[in-house]
Design a protein around this ligand. Sequence first.
Ligand code: GRF
Length: 216
Amino acid sequence: MEELRIAVLASGRGSNFQAVQDEIESGKIRARIVLLVSDKKNAPAIERAKLRGIETMYLNPAEFPDREAYDAAIASALRKRQVGLVLLAGFMRVVTAGLIRPFRNKIMNIHPALLPAFPGLHGQRDAVKYGVKISGCTVHFVDEGVDTGPIIIQAAVPAYDNDTEDTLSARILKCEHKIYPKAVKLFAEGRIEVDGRKVVIKKQKKREDDALISVA
Ligand code: GRF
């Protein structure tokens, strides 16, 4: 199988981007992040990417007539680089059909709540306000809705009575850094199948040499 080429779209800190890149560098995921796109000129994510020798691209939304045009520019940059998987990692824009259509079931997002609970910008704050006892994070494919696409992996964390948005966010973030790389690894290994709303994770294929041993 050819090496998977990944693009990351990020607006901020970039810790999820780094979690994925770390797993790639350690050889656990067979893939390469070839581009990091940001809508924020000074996003720390850009710096993190530069430090790792990854190409970065700042696209200023103000320079495009509308969201569709902005997303079309991203899509074209991704096509040029033969990107096979797009990761939204704290990308603070709703992506439109111009990007979703050409990359159907090839765009993942990480959301800091157990979807379909608490979609939108403030997953952790909304969970604390609601008084839930369990929250967590979700990796899902991106469709035309806000945080509505097929769910790939979820992980749960407890929510405590004295939690603030910050304490719950920190607990969730640790989980995000585990499940996002895991989802990317599954994708890179060709083990993710989408059947309507459902994502089915295929069992790992036995390595050929294992098979030989069991025949011998
Ligand atoms: C994360 O909490 C993620 O769930 C949300 O935005 C935040 C991004 O954090 N979508 P980082 O930029 O990856 O550190």
